[in-house]
Design a protein around this ligand. Structure first.
Ligand code: GLA
Length: 385
C-alpha cells in the first residue's frame, strides 16, 4: 500500500494546503490475452498495487504535476495547444486530460502529486493506473460528471494519440471498474461487463515477475494487430459479415483456416480459441471450478507462446517451473508479453513451496531474481479517505 502521509506531506511542501486523495489500481489479466483489440473477451482483475494522486483544484486551467517516483515536476495548460508523443510520463497524464476535455468534460486546472507502487514495464498496467488515477482526480476536483466508461475510453485514446500504443480497452477498463474480490469479464465490443466473485479462501492468485522488461510500444504489438486484421479480410470471403475475429467461431475457423497464410493462420487461431477460453474460464470461476480455470490458463499460455508468439524464454520457463509444483492449478504469461509477469493459480497450502521452488529454480537457470507475490482483487478508481 502507498503510504498516505508522505504523499500529503509532499503535497503541502510543494503547493501548500490540504489535498484530496484518489487512486487507481494496476491489473492482472487472468485470461483472454490479445483479444480486446479483436472485439473479444477479457477476464482481468484489479490488484492491490496502485497509483495514488493527492490533488486540489485551481481556479485557472493549469495542471501542475509532481511525480514522487520520478522526483520530477511538470505542468501543462488546458487552454494551450496539446503536445504528445514526447516519450515522457506526462504524455499519459496530459493525454488523458485532453481526451476527457474532447469528450465534453469541463476540466479545471489542478495541483497534483503522484506516487505509485505498480511495477513499470512488468505487464501490470502501470500506465493505465497513471492515466485513470489522474483522470479520475481531475474529474472529481473539477466536479465534472462523466460516465465511468468514458473515462476508460479517454485514457485508451491517450495511449493511442499521446503515447503511440494502439492498445485495446482492457487495462483502462479494469482500472476504472475493478471490484474487490471479483474478476471482471469484459465484452470488448459491447463494453458490457460482468463481475464474477473470486473466492481465494483456498486458491490464491500469485504473480511471478520474470524481471525481463517488456517493450509493449515495440512494433510487435501493432504488428499482431495488423495480422489479425489481415485474417479478418481473408476470412470475410467465406464468412461474409464478420467484422472482427470475435465473430469467428472455433468450428468456422477450422473450416476455413487453410485459406490463411502463415503466420496469420496461427495468430487468428490464438484469438479465436482464446475468446472461447476466456468465456469458459469465467464460467469455471463462477462455479468455483479452479481445476478447470487452471487448465484453461495453461492452454492459453501455450497458445500465446506457440501461435501468437508473444512469450519469451523466461516466461515459458517460469510457467514450466510453476507447473511442476504440486498445488499449482494453472499458470500463464499475463499482459502484452515479451517479458513481464506470469499469473498463477496456487493452492493456499502450497504457497510456500511455490515461492521457494519457483524463486530458486528460476534464478538457477537465468541468474535473475524473480519477484513473487500474492495479489488480491481490488477496487477500481475511487476517492480515498
Ligand atoms: C496490453 C494492452 C491491452 C491488451 C494486452 C494483451 O496490456 O494494453 O489492451 O491488448 O496487452 O492482452
Amino acid at each position: 500500500m502507498i503510504e498516505r502521509q508522505p504523499l500529503l506531506d509532499s503535497f503541502r511542501r510543494l503547493y501548500k494546503g490540504e489535498a484530496r486523495l484518489f487512486a487507481a489500481p494496476g491489473r492482472v489479466n487472468l485470461i483472454g490475452e490479445h483479444t480486446d483489440y479483436n472485439d473479444g473477451f477479457v477476464f482481468p482483475m484489479a490488484i492491490d498495487r496502485e497509483t495514488v494522486v493527492a490533488g486540489t483544484r485551481r481556479e485557472d486551467r493549469r495542471v501542475r504535476v509532481h511525480s514522487l517516483n520520478f522526483n520530477e515536476s511538470v505542468e501543462f495548460d488546458l487552454d494551450e495547444e496539446g503536445k504528445g508523443l514526447r516519450g515522457i510520463w506526462l504524455d499519459y497524464v496530459e493525454g488523458t486530460a485532453r481526451e476527457l476535455v474532447k469528450r465534453g468534460a469541463n476540466l479545471r486546472g489542478a495541483d497534483l502529486v503522484i506516487a505509485s507502487n505498480v511495477p513499470v514495464g512488468a505487464g501490470l498496467s502501470s500506465s493505465a493506473a497513471l492515466e485513470v488515477s489522474t483522470g479520475y482526480a481531475l474529474l472529481s476536483l473539477s466536479e465534472a460528471e462523466i460516465e465511468a466508461k468514458t473515462l476508460a475510453l479517454a485514457a485508451q485514446a491517450a495511449e493511442h494519440n499521446y503515447v503511440g500504443t494502439k492498445c485495446g480497452i482492457m487495462d483502462q477498463f479494469i482500472a476504472v471498474m475493478g471490484e474487490r474480490d471479483h474478476a471482471l469479464l469484459i465484452d470488448c465490443r459491447s463494453l458490457e461487463t460482468t463481475q464474477v466473485p473470486l473466492d481465494t479462501s483456498e486458491t490464491v492468485i500469485v504473480i511471478a515477475d520474470t524481471r525481463v522488461k517488456h517493450e509493449l510500444a515495440s512494433s510487435e504489438y501493432n504488428k499482431r494487430r495488423a495480422e489479425c486484421e489481415r485474417g479478418v479480410e481473408i476470412l470475410e470471403e467465406w464468412l461474409p459479415g464478420i467484422r472482427a475475429l470475435r465473430d469467428v467461431s472455433v468450428e468456422d475457423f477450422e473450416k476455413y483456416e487453410e485459406h490463411l497464410p502463415e503466420p496469420v493462420r496461427r495468430r487468428c487461431r490464438h484469438v479465436v480459441t482464446e475468446n472461447a477460453r476466456a468465456l469458459s474460464a469465467a464460467e469455471a470461476l463462477r462455479r468455483g471450478d479452479m481445476e478447470e480455470m487452471g487448465r484453461l490458463m495453461y492452454l492459453s499460455h501455450r497458445s500465446l507462446s506457440k501461435d501468437y508468439e508473444v512469450s519469451c524464454k523466461e516466461l515459458d520457463l517460469m510457467v514450466e517451473i510453476a507447473s511442476r509444483v504440486q498445488g499449482v492449478k494453472g499458470a500463464r504469461m499475463t499482459g502484452g508479453g515479451f517479458g513481464g509477469c506470469t499469473v498463477n493459480l496456487v493452492a493456499r497450502a502450497s504457497l510456500d513451496e511455490f515461492q521457494r521452488t519457483v524463486a530458486s529454480e528460476y534464478k538457477l537457470q537465468t541468474t535473475l531474481e524473480p519477484f513473487i507475490y500474492v495479489v488480491e482483487a481490488s477496487d477500481g478508481a475511487r476517492e480515498i479517505a
